[in-house]
Design a protein around this ligand. Structure first.
Ligand code: CA
Ligand code: CA
Length: 225
């Protein structure tokens, strides 16, 4: 294979490898923030208390599922507001799930988790539905015993990674309660060029390579000085 052939092969390999950056798994980032403040992309405050708000959209995020909006007063054995929270918040009870799907994926997520329980689940998925992170309430805020009064089980939690959607659940016991949700939009769809764009880019690379090959082959008399 000539030098131009090798060059073109290398360009093709780089084009395939370089644009498929591996997605980062979702990890917990310790926050240490246990004082409730109702801020963020979604405070749930504009939603109707008692509603499932299924299909609600907020910017690039779409909420689907059977979770409901609740607000103080608490209902024993059913749900309790996160510590210090007197505003509307999200509750997921037994048999319910709440999914948040991000149009272009997301690279971070945070919220104030109330009365963390060991059976609360927080599952992250990529655009193909593969798990990229799976956590329990006990992993987020230990000891995950559902305490409604202490900062250990009522605190902001942060996640970092690449994901398309996240799903909240609570197994066979009540309940998962959270508020003050924020996220960073990702680039899952925006980063993938259309096929025609790919063809133009590869042709462009090959053209540059061919010109450089021609210049090298022509000898020193044609060099621009
Ligand atoms: Ca709220
Ligand atoms: Ca709880």
């Amino acid at each position: 294979m000539g030098s131009f052939g090798k060059f073109a092969g290398a360009v093709a390999l780089l084009a395939v490898a370089g644009f498929q950056s591996p997605a980062a798994a979702v990890v917990i980032v310790p926050s240490g923030l246990s004082t409730f403040t109702d801020t963020g992309n979604e405070t749930f405050n504009s939603l109707t208390v008692g509603s499932t708000f299924n299909g609600h959209t907020n910017g690039d995020a779409t909420f689907t599922g059977t979770g409901t909006i609740q607000q103080v007063p608490n209902v024993g054995g059913q749900y309790a507001a996160p510590l210090g929270d007197e505003t509307p918040y999200l509750v997921v009870r037994v048999g319910q799930t709440e999914r948040i799907t991000f149009a272009n994926g997301a690279t971070s997520l945070s919220f104030f988790l109330g009365s963390a329980d060991s059976y609360n689940t927080f599952n992250f998925y990529d655009k193909d539905g593969n798990s990229v992170g799976s956590f329990t309430g006990n992993q987020l805020l230990s000891p995950g015993n559902g305490d409604q009064e202490g900062p250990a089980t009522n605190s902001f939690v942060f996640f970092s990674g690449d994901f398309k959607y996240v799903e909240f659940g609570t197994g066979s016991q009540n309940a998962l309660e959270l508020d003050s949700l924020s996220w960073t939009p990702g680039q899952i769809t925006g980063a993938v060029p259309e096929p025609s764009t790919w063809a133009m880019m590869i042709l462009g690379f090959l053209g540059v390579g061919f010109l450089s090959y021609r210049r090298r082959s022509a000898g020193p008399s044609l060099r621009v000085v």
